[in-house]
Ligand binder design. Structure first.
Ligand code: ASP
Length: 351
């Protein structure tokens, strides 16, 4: 009797202490973004439009496979962001924008909604997958946020793959930087060492427009009901002075909390997203009872009221997805267990 009672008491204690909210098995769910901004019908050729949709669809497929095979939300977030980091269409990993002095500095963050553990990195120049460095910070260091040379050393010690900085080079981002610096009357740095000869690399994607934020982000719910969020970016084209945006700032560009029922990844003008603590604020709204779409809408209205442009993707513990933006487009997609993969670009498209 005593043993039975003790077993019940232990089970109850474990259930109550568990950070994962009890819920019916809703299956897994996944949502992604590839940046928001001035993306209008007609600003992409049919080929470019199709290329973005194919990339988003391929990334969703990778995440769906991870979650379908019983992988965790964190595993799905990392795997999908790795794919998007390797895709030159997006401003993360290969294809990231340049700093004013012609370098590429990556920022990334990841967060586990069940424990509210988080990891972030800023200013990485050689780690192939900044999102994996962020995860290593979370899981294998006593810290949350590492920057610059130290972060790079940590990533190397963790055995993460390193590449030459030229690996991340794309012609369109370089041309975009040169145009931007000329317009702003700033000196144009030398073409980066190791970059392919001018004209050797086809510019598949449309030319860079600084009003386009190509950051990538993923929010996921796994079969165990665990939420996770991650974001990765090259930041803003022409950034100077060691500028870091919202992406790696936990609570600004990235946040997840099972207790409050949300996982969030943002894209947009980082300075405003930091000031509005966008991602944390969305979770505050869902924690207070808002559904994910209303929370996303209200938050974008709020960041817009101080001048911020961009969007958020939000996942709830029931697998529901909210997309919101105050720009004309956001590359985005979603898929849930047993459902179809959906991708969208323009703000007025069904998502
Ligand atoms: N939010 C990013 C930053 O400010 C930019 C983006 O979303 O593309 O660094």
């Amino acid at each position: 009797m005593k043993t039975w009672l003790a077993a019940v008491a232990t089970a109850l204690t474990v259930a109550l202490a568990s950070p994962v909210l009890a819920q019916d098995n809703v299956g897994w769910s996944l949502a992604i973004h590839g940046g928001a901004g001035v993306i209008e019908r007609g600003s992409l050729t049919p080929e470019q439009d199709a290329a973005y949709r194919a990339s988003l669809d391929g990334a969703l497929q990778v995440g769906a496979e991870v979650l379908d095979n019983g992988g965790s939300a964190l595993d799905a977030v990392e795997a999908v962001i790795q794919v998007l980091e390797d895709d030159p269409l997006f401003n993360a990993g290969r294809g990231a924008v340049f700093t004013a002095d012609g370098r590429i500095e990556h920022d990334a963050a990841i967060m586990d909604g069940t424990t509210r553990d988080a990891g972030a990195v800023a200013g990485l120049t050689r780690t192939r997958h900044p999102i994996s460095a962020a995860r290593a910070v979370m899981e294998n260091s006593p810290h949350v946020f590492l920057i610059g040379q130290g972060a790079e050393t940590f990533a190397r010690d963790q055995g993460l793959e390193e590449v030459e900085p030229a690996f991340f080079f794309t012609e369109r981002r370089w041309r975009g930087l040169v145009r931007q610096l000329e317009r702003e009357g700033l000196p144009v740095p030398a073409r980066p060492a190791g970059a392919p000869a001018e004209g050797a690399m086809a510019a598949v994607a449309p030319p860079l427009d600084e009003r386009k934020f190509g950051t990538v982000g993923v929010v996921a719910l796994d079969r165990e009901g665990r939420l996770a969020a991650g974001t990765s970016t090259g930041g803003m084209s022409g950034k100077r002075w060691g500028r870091v945006g919202d992406v790696p700032v936990i609570g600004a560009g990235t946040y997840a909390s099972n207790v409050e029922g949300c996982a969030v990844s943002a894209t947009g003008s980082g300075e405003y997203f930091i000031r509005a603590t966008v991602a944390r604020d969305v979770c505050h709204r869902t924690g207070a009872g808002a559904d994910v779409q209303s929370a996303a809408d209200a938050e974008i209205e709020d960041v817009g009221s101080i001048g911020g442009d961009g969007g958020v993707i939000v996942m709830g513990t029931d697998g529901s997805v909210g997309f919101a933006m105050n720009t004309s487009g956001m590359y985005r997609g979603r898929v849930a267990e047993g459902g179809n993969r959906l991708v969208a670009i323009y703000a007025d498209e069904d998502d």
